[in-house]
Design a binder for this molecule. Structure first.
Ligand SMILES: *Cc1c(COP(=O)(O)O)cnc(C)c1O
Length: 228
């Protein structure tokens, strides 16, 4: 299967899941996770009409973004070290992985210094998995309130990465928990959080049924990654 065919199949699955959940498909964006793949491979997705990509390493963004068309959108989806903030800001439009108030404040300050605006999502560890980054639900509420007034970093929603489970139905409760947390924060803290970033290759249809607006899909588009 070519990348163009894979993209078409994934987009169709997005549309089918949206229809099943009676949600408008145009409220769901596919973030093609291109981490580890070289520019030549990513270009195949661009040639097939795809414009939104996710990367988890600042180093890869530094190589890829300047070398590719400037109408592409790049999302940073991996844990971001504080000392990489200044590098990453000009390379991406959204940071999905804001996992501390201190990181958010630093992003806001540096964006201000460098004359940039950026969108961000608060990463929540809904499953309270020790191996994963992210705030607890309680911490996320406090953070969303505290960060709602920043002027350069605009918090646009929540993101989660549950532990891998081969059975997507086992992950559904975590996705539902993120959606309820969003509703809770919007109702009680006056913050507007339109985005829920959740769902990967093996479970994105379930995430869409539970309200995902951004799905981060890598291997179903590009194939199995080879970490060497
Ligand atoms: C790698 C990665 C993905 C994509 O995973 P696939 O299983 O290849 O779809 C999604 N989200 C994050 C945070 C990732 O690091």
């Amino acid at each position: 299967m070519s990348i163009a065919e894979n993209l078409q199949r994934v987009q169709q699955t997005v549309a089918d899941a949206a229809a099943k959940a009676r949600r408008p498909a145009d409220k769901i964006s596919l973030v093609a996770v291109s981490k580890t793949w070289p520019i030549k491979v990513i270009q195949e997705a661009v040639d097939a009409g795809h414009l939104v990509f996710g990367e988890n390493k600042v180093q890869e963004l530094e190589q890829k973004v300047p070398a590719m068309a400037d109408d592409l959108q790049w999302h940073a989806i991996g844990h971001l070290q504080k000392n990489k903030v200044r590098k990453v800001l000009p390379l991406c439009t959204m940071i999905h992985s804001i996992d501390s108030v201190a990181l958010a404040e630093r992003i806001d300050r540096i964006a201000g210094e460098d004359g940039l605006k950026i969108q961000g999502l608060i990463q929540v560890n809904v499953a309270r998995d020790n191996a994963k980054f992210g705030l607890t639900a309680e911490e996320a509420k406090v953070a969303a309130e505290k960060l709602s007034g920043l002027s350069n970093l605009q918090i646009r929603g929540l993101m989660t990465v549950p532990a891998f489970d081969p059975e997507p139905e086992n992950v559904r409760p975590h996705f539902a928990r993120l959606r309820k947390l969003r509703e809770d924060i919007e109702a009680n803290f006056g913050a507007s959080l339109p985005h829920l970033s959740m769902g990967m290759s093996h479970d994105f249809p379930v995430a869409i049924e539970e309200g995902a607006t951004l799905v981060r899909v890598g291997s179903s588009i590009f194939g199995k990654r080879n970490y060497t």
